[in-house]
Design a protein around this ligand. Structure first.
Ligand SMILES: [Cu+2]
Length: 349
């Protein structure tokens, strides 16, 4: 870029943010203060497990309805939301390598949207990018064959200029690919029991309960940082786990925040998969950094915990707060998987 042009653009940004600071383009309702950071209480709602939409168990097309809704994230205020087949987030879509998948997306919004399968290898026409617009009231019927190893992906809108806002209000879901390896490896795979999807998102609200997405030029340049943290669409939920090895599928579903995840009791855990699928062997860590849209799968060992043990997932925002994101209560039931795998997928080089 030529220096003069760069200077001109720089000045344009300064001028624009100058305007925004003094109010005009953005709402003037106050931001809801407070935070779940550092809270000690253990009174959260149960962790919501998104329902499964399993291609193997459906002969007809998998249905996704894009809709408006409302959700009580706080006991006394309703928040207007967006969701797939519900008021916030969407079902977990599960498919198998080599199988044909047909979907039927119905857009019940009063505006256009798209559905993008983040990380999925599909022909461009089914990618759900800004060009595959689903008009308000319209329908879209993707039809593709999975040609990809087991991995944890996700889906979200990709509408030109409105992607961030649509995701912020609730349009996101997990997309799981299974294959012969993942279905036979000695790892937990009982969805919602010892194979738990976790979508982390920080959010900010106006005092009237509505989401405060972009409120300033600073947000546009640096990303919107929330002072509340959701796991699967709830603030500090609780999860009862088996007394064994538990697999968590982690998605950073935030719009712009980098997270560092750890356990409140500093226990280590094993990373078994990243965006592209399984690693060759588990990697032991005691914290994990993951950025917006990134996924990891981890195994946590609760075999030696006495029943009733409580540990929390801690999420530190890069440049922000530290949250007790979710409380985990160890039960007395044993899990099906009794040992940590020594090795995982052999990666061809
Ligand atoms: Cu994406």
């Amino acid at each position: 870029m030529k220096r003069r042009r760069f200077l001109k653009q720089g000045l344009a940004v300064i001028a624009w943010t100058g305007v925004s600071t003094f109010g005009s383009p953005f709402a003037s309702i106050p931001i809801l203060s407070g935070s779940t950071a550092g809270a000690k209480s253990l009174a959260g709602p149960p962790l919501l497990i998104p329902p499964l939409l399993d291609a193997d168990m459906n002969d007809s097309a998998l249905g996704l309805d894009v809709m408006t809704g409302s959700r009580r994230f706080f006991s006394d205020i309703d928040t207007p939301t967006l969701g797939y087949n519900g008021s916030f987030l969407g079902p977990t879509i599960r498919v198998r390598d080599g199988k044909r998948v047909q979907l039927r997306v119905r857009n019940q919004l009063k505006e256009s949207t798209t559905v993008h399968w983040h990380g999925l290898h599909v022909p461009a026409q089914w990618d759900g990018g800004p060009r595959q617009v689903i008009e308000a009231g319209g329908e879209w019927k993707p039809d593709f064959t999975i040609k990809q190893q087991a991995a944890t992906l996700w889906y979200h809108p990709h509408a030109l200029g409105r992607t961030g806002e649509h995701v912020y209000k609730g349009l996101a879901g997990m997309f799981i690919i299974e294959d012969d390896f993942s279905l036979n490896a000695p790892i937990p795979r009982d969805y919602g029991v010892d194979d738990i999807p976790l979508i982390f998102q920080d959010r900010r609200f106006y005092e009237d309960g509505s989401f405060a997405y972009v409120t300033s030029g600073h947000d546009i340049m640096h990303g919107v940082i929330g002072n509340y943290l959701f796991v699967n669409g709830a603030i500090r939920p609780q999860l009862n786990v088996v007394r064994g090895i538990v697999r968590f599928r982690l998605l950073n579903g935030s719009n712009s925040t980098i997270y560092r995840l750890s356990f409140s009791d500093k226990r280590s855990f094993q990373v078994i998969a990243s965006d592209g699928g399984f690693l060759e062997r588990p990697v032991s860590v005691d914290s994990l950094i993951f950025s917006a849209a990134e996924r990891f799968e981890i195994l946590t060992d609760f075999r030696d915990d006495t029943p009733g043990t409580i540990t929390s997932l801690v999420i530190e925002q890069y440049g922000g707060e530290s949250f007790q994101a979710m409380d985990i209560i160890v039960g007395s039931e044993k899990s099906q998987v009794e040992t940590m795998p020594a090795s995982l997928r052999r990666i061809e080089r």
